[in-house]
Each structure stands twice: as C-alpha cells, then as structure tokens.
Design a protein around this ligand. Structure first.
Ligand SMILES: [Zn+2]
Length: 232
C-alpha cells in the first residue's frame, strides 16, 4: 500500500445506512463488508443512522466500538431518521435535510452526534445526508456543529466538502465493475465512492471486490474522511 506517498490518489469508501440488525447485530451485508475491508487491510467509512442507537442492546454498541477502535473505519453521521420523500400536509415533498427548517435539520444532526457520544463514546467528525438530499438550511445547521469537520457530497460551507466524481454503483445499490472502470479517473486527488453493502447480493459483492482489486493495481491509498481532513 502506497500509504505514505503523498502523490497517490486517495480513495474514500462511503458506506451508507449502518443500523442495528436484530439477528446479526449488524446487517449481514455490513458484517461481510467490514470483514472484507479488514482482510484487505484497507479503510472505509460507515454512515450510521442515529436512531439505530436508541436501543439498549450493548452487543450493538460493542460491535461499533470494536470497529471504530480497529483504526480501519470511521463511523459518520448519516442523519437521525433517514427520512426521505416525506410529504407535508399540503402535499409538498420533503427529506430529512431538504425542504425542512434549519432548526429541524440542526436537531436531527445533533441528536446523532449526541447518541454516538453517549452510547459509543465517539465524536463523529463527518456528515453525509440521507439520499444526499440537502439545501441551504443544511449549511446553516452544519455550521452550528463545530465538531463536524467533513461534509460528504455537501454544499460550499466552512466544512471540508468532498465531492462526487465517480461511482461504484450504477445505478445506486448495484456495484458495476465495467461501468466503474469506464468512469474511473486518475485526474482527481481523491475519489469518494458511495456504496450500500446492506443491499448487496452475492453477485453485487463480487463486482465490488473486482473494483477494489482494480483500484489496488493503481497508485491509490485508502483513507477515512476525517483522516483526509487531518492530513491536508
Ligand atoms: Zn442512506
């Protein structure tokens, strides 16, 4: 791994929708993903849905703390409810962080920060909205939370905003090796690659593995969002 080479391209894996699973503690797809990342000795970031921490299942907290302390993963704030495509009384559509007030957005963002602190003893440093659905009120909300330093697929703000230049999943939820290779670019310093391992079939997972093996033939280094922030 060219981990110390500053001219390598940085790869940030953004795995969305980490929640509690009553059978496997973590969703089976996440267990497989985490095991794979650990085996490859690469790095990834995991977007947790805050509400999932409102449980008393200590096995869930233990699993998350173990993942965090491995140093290979960053757990980040993926909203509190993961509410998408809600409908207001007058029929207007809204998402947790789009077409809602800055107060509501701030409350939801903060709730997840506080739950992570209380239940896991972890300060979350990165935010990424459910469905990447955001508006100007998200800027107002995130600016009020100093401990968040990185905003995945965010808007220009005081945070380090990391943009989306290419994808693993075409369409969302479906890793596609040949489409990835077609869109892959070495022209960017970093790539944030969004994935949803919870939703993957065995075949989807194999596509993902092919993509990682392809990346490992390039001059890349895997990093978490907050470590990327700290290195700048
Ligand atoms: Zn999500």
């Amino acid at each position: 791994m060219p981990d110390s080479k500053s001219d390598s391209q940085w790869i940030i894996l953004k795995a969305d929708d980490l929640i509690y699973d009553s059978v496997h503690t973590l969703p089976a797809g996440f267990n497989k993903f985490i095991e794979y990342i650990s085996r490859k000795q690469i790095k990834a970031s995991l977007g947790i849905i805050g509400r999932s921490l409102e449980t008393d299942v200590t096995a869930y907290f233990d699993a998350l703390q173990e993942i965090h302390s491995s140093g290979l993963f960053e757990i980040w704030n993926h909203g509190y409810q993961h509410l998408l495509r809600g409908r207001k009384v007058r029929g207007e559509m809204f998402d947790e962080f789009q077409n809602t007030s800055s107060e509501y957005q701030y409350d939801n963002m903060l709730k997840t920060q506080q739950l992570a602190k209380t239940k896991l003893g972890i300060t979350l440093r990165t935010f990424g909205a459910p469905g990447n659905a955001i508006d100007d009120n998200t800027v107002k909300a995130i600016e009020q939370i100093d401990e968040i330093k990185v905003w995945l697929f965010g808007k220009p703000s005081g945070k380090l905003v990391l943009y989306r230049y290419c994808d693993i999943e075409y369409p969302t939820l479906k890793p596609d090796y040949s489409k990835f290779v077609e869109h892959y670019t070495t022209q960017r310093d970093y790539l944030v690659l969004q994935v949803h391992p919870k939703e993957w079939s065995k075949e989807d997972f194999m596509e993902f593995e092919k993509i990682i093996d392809f990346l490992l033939t390039k001059d890349v280094a895997f990093i978490t969002p907050y470590d990327f922030y700290l290195r700048r």
